[in-house]
Each structure stands twice: as structure tokens, then as C-alpha cells.
Design a protein around this ligand. Structure first.
Ligand code: PGA
Ligand code: ZN
Length: 428
């Protein structure tokens, strides 16, 4: 392709959904095509994630990103100017080599990722393609099954409950559009139930209802009632997906459940979750054990991996080598793909390639700190990942992504294939 060399890179500080600073990058090509992308940020981060470079100090609670912005505008801009934006792998490899650390701690994943993604946007514009088509090898018609949060929790809700995400999936919906319609009804029903119980108290970080519950089970009961109140059958019509985010309260084989005031070992944690799986229509569980408990992960997968989607987020951190290790050890059967856990699109794609090879499923995921950026929607379709998780069904930074997926589905017309339940990970 001609004219797709990078002419100009510029970063600026913008603000995310928590009111914290983050990095936006613009990439302009010699042919005038432009791309723009913004780095998201996690709150419950895995310890093996690429580093989100923050300035520290007094301003904005230490979360400022002036160094990351400056890194883009100096070193990174110099290194990639003149490179072909249409060669993503070469561009990303340059970024990786320039940083030179294993965890992107010199320049920051939040400096590298927006450049990596903005370059893809610019190259797609230059090719006259929507980003999802540009990112695809094939015809990219698989529309993902969404996991949508109804109640927030964990680190996203002041640790009001231990469990981080109480979500639903709608595997029996005919289309993504219909899955959103069903979710809207369940979300509304959950709000009504909370109001009736006198516990309606606004929303958590990702837009799910604030979790005023006295046990984790009470939240699960309320979720089942919301599904029923909305007129659906809990189970394979509308099922439950949980992100336990167990690394937040588990370390060295000890799990401290604050809400229930008890401490469990790994086997106790597995028993607790097994009880929930028996009693509730749970189709997917993310990070059921902590990132430092691979044996627990493997034991849990031996018990439930045939019938349940078991997702590694903090455990796998979108890392190809970790996915291969987990597969070899029979731990988990699905990888959460968050581009900012690695810092480049290419490394995130490597993790998805490793997952496919291992027979794992994948869920492309947003972070709890988000913006209007919709790049991950295009990644999910372009790579044929089959599932997408971007938080709840309120707040603009979440709705921007659901609405973008509606546009993608509509643009594919009769060629769109909604993944439904076919993609829910199981060991095979
Ligand atoms: P995070 O939460 O972005 O705060 O890490 C999302 C998740 O755990 O899946
Ligand atoms: Zn998670």
C-alpha cells in the first residue's frame, strides 16, 4: 500500500470514566489518513500486566500521565515516524524493542497501546475499511456474545461485596441487538427489585447497580429474580456470568471473604463456588481462584471445565506464554483479552492465537476505567473472538461500545452471525 507510512504522531492527556487522566494518541499517515485511540485503565489489575505508567506525586491522586504523554511525543513518535502503519507486527515490534523491558515499565503500556491502536485505525481509514474488516483475515462476520454486568462489586464498588461482576449472558438471543434488548429488561428489573427492597443506591464503576447485599448469595438470588421478573427463563435463555476477581481477596492459598467474615483455603473456595454452580444458572466464571493459585485453577477446571466457561483474566493477563502454560496444566478454558494488559495489538493477538491452538475460547474485554474509545468492539469482530465484555448497561463509556457493535451488526446485514452460546468456553 502506498502512502501508509506514518507522518506524524501526537499524544495528549484526556480523562477517563473515573475522572482520571489517560493518554490519547493521534496517528497521521503520509496519505492524510488519521487514526485515534485512548488507553483504558484497570482497577483490579493482575500483577503480571504490562505497566500503566503514572506520575505519582500530589496531582490527581498520583494518577497523572504526563510522562506517558511525553514518551509518545518524543521517543515513540521519533521511532515510528516513517514506518508503515499497515504493517502492525513490525510497528508493534518496534514499540516493544524501544521500550526494552518485559513489562513496558520504561515507556508505559499506556503510552504504547494508544499508538499501536491509532496506527491500526489510520491504516484502516487508508484502506477504506471499517476497523473490524481491516483487522480480519477472513470475512469477519461473527458477532460476539456479550457479558453484561447487572451488579458491580469488588474493587469497583468500594468492596461492598467480595465478588466483582455479577453479569448475564443471553445465549438464546437471535442477534446481538436482541441480546441488548433482553439485557435492558433484566437491568431495569434488577433496579426495580433493588428499589422495592429499599436498597437502590446508584451505580458502581462499570455502571452496574451498587451492590447493597449482606451476602454474596443474596446478590445471586437477586440476579435470578431479575432475570425472571424480566420474563426470561434463567439458564440457557439468560444465564449468569461471574467475575470473582479472586486475586483481589486471595493470596498464598488464603481467601478472605470480607462480606461473610470468613477465610477459606483453595479447596474451601472451590467448594463455595461449586455450591453456587449447583444452585444457580452459572454459565461462565472468571478468575475463580487467585493469580498465584494455578493448582487451584487446575483443580477447579478438572471439576467444572467440561460444563462451564472458566476464564483467566488476572491469571493469564492476555499473555500467549501464560495461555500455553495454563492449557498444558489444564487450568481454565478461556482467556480474557485486554490489549492494555500487554501494551500492543500484536501481543494481544498472539494470546488469542495461542488460545485457539489450545482449544480455549476468548472474551475481548474493556477495563473498569474506560472512555468513548470503541477499538475493542472492532477487535472482537475482526479477530472472531466470539465474546465481548465491557461492563454494564449504563454510562456513556459502556454504551459507546454496545452501540458501536449494533452498527457493526447492522452493517453486515444478513451476513452477520451472532455467536450465541456456541462460543461459551469448555475444555475439549
Ligand atoms: P479491571 O476490571 O479493568 O478493573 O481490571 C475488569 C475485570 O476484572 O475484568
Ligand atoms: Zn476480571
Amino acid at each position: 500500500m502506498t502512502g501508509t507510512n506514518i507522518a506524524f504522531v501526537h499524544a495528549r492527556r484526556v480523562w477517563d470514566s473515573r475522572g482520571r487522566p489517560t493518554v490519547e494518541a493521534d496517528v497521521m499517515l503520509e496519505n492524510g489518513a488519521v487514526g485515534r485511540a485512548i488507553a483504558p485503565a484497570g482497577a483490579s489489575t493482575g500483577s503480571a500486566e504490562a505497566l500503566d505508567l503514572r506520575d505519582g506525586g500530589e496531582a490527581f491522586g498520583g494518577y497523572d500521565v504526563q510522562h506517558a504523554v511525553a514518551n509518545v511525543n518524543t521517543e515513540i513518535a521519533r521511532a515510528v515516524t516513517g514506518m508503515d502503519a499497515a504493517n502492525q507486527a513490525a510497528l508493534d515490534n518496534r514499540l516493544i524493542a524501544l521500550d526494552g523491558t518485559a513489562n513496558k515499565s520504561r515507556l508505559g503500556a499506556n503510552a504504547l497501546l494508544p499508538v499501536s491502536m491509532a496506527a491500526a485505525h489510520a491504516a484502516a481509514h487508508a484502506a477504506g475499511l471499517p476497523l473490524f474488516r481491516y483487522l480480519a483475515d477472513d470475512d469477519a462476520t461473527l458477532i460476539p456474545l456479550p457479558q453484561i454486568q447487572i451488579f458491580g462489586g469488588g474493587a469497583h464498588a468500594g468492596r461492598r461485596v467480595d465478588i466483582q461482576d455479577f453479569m448475564i449472558v443471553c445465549p438464546a438471543a437471535d442477534s446481538f441487538a436482541q441480546a441488548l434488548e433482553w439485557t435492558a429488561e433484566v437491568y431495569r428489573a434488577a433496579g426495580k427489585l433493588m428499589a422495592e427492597a429499599g436498597t437502590l443506591a446508584g451505580v458502581a464503576d462499570e455502571g452496574g447497580w451498587w451492590p447493597v447485599f449482606s451476602t454474596n448469595e443474596q446478590a445471586l438470588d437477586m440476579l435470578v429474580r431479575a432475570i425472571e421478573r424480566a420474563g426470561f427463563k434463567p439458564g440457557h435463555q439468560v444465564g449468569i456470568a461471574l467475575d470473582i476477581a479472586a486475586s483481589e481477596f486471595g493470596r498464598a492459598g488464603r481467601y478472605k471473604l470480607a462480606l461473610e467474615d470468613r477465610e477459606l483455603d483453595s479447596a474451601g473456595m472451590i467448594d463455595l463456588l461449586s455450591g453456587w454452580i449447583a444452585r444457580y444458572p452459572i454459565l461462565s466464571i472468571e478468575d475463580p481462584l487467585a493469580e498465584d493459585d494455578p493448582e487451584g485453577f487446575a483443580a477447579f477446571t478438572r471439576l467444572h471445565g467440561k460444563s462451564l466457561q472458566i476464564v483467566g483474566d488476572d491469571f493469564l493477563v492476555s499473555d500467549a506464554a501464560r495461555v500455553r502454560d495454563a492449557a498444558a496444566n489444564g487450568a481454565a478454558n478461556t482467556v480474557l483479552l485486554k490489549p492494555n494488559q500487554r501494551g500492543t495489538l500484536t501481543e494481544t493477538l498472539d494470546a488469542w492465537a495461542a488460545a485457539k491452538e489450545a482449544g480455549f475460547s476468548a472474551i475481548v474485554s474493556a477495563r473498569s476505567g474506560e472512555t468513548e474509545d470503541t477499538t475493542i468492539v472492532h477487535i472482537a469482530v475482526g479477530w472472531g473472538a466470539g465474546q465481548l465484555k465491557v461492563g454494564s448497561f449504563t454510562r456513556g463509556e459502556r454504551m459507546a461500545k454496545w452501540n458501536e457493535m449494533l452498527r457493526v451488526e447492522e452493517s453486515l446485514g444478513a451476513r452477520a452471525r451472532f455467536a450465541g452460546g456456541t462460543v461459551l468456553g469448555r475444555s475439549r
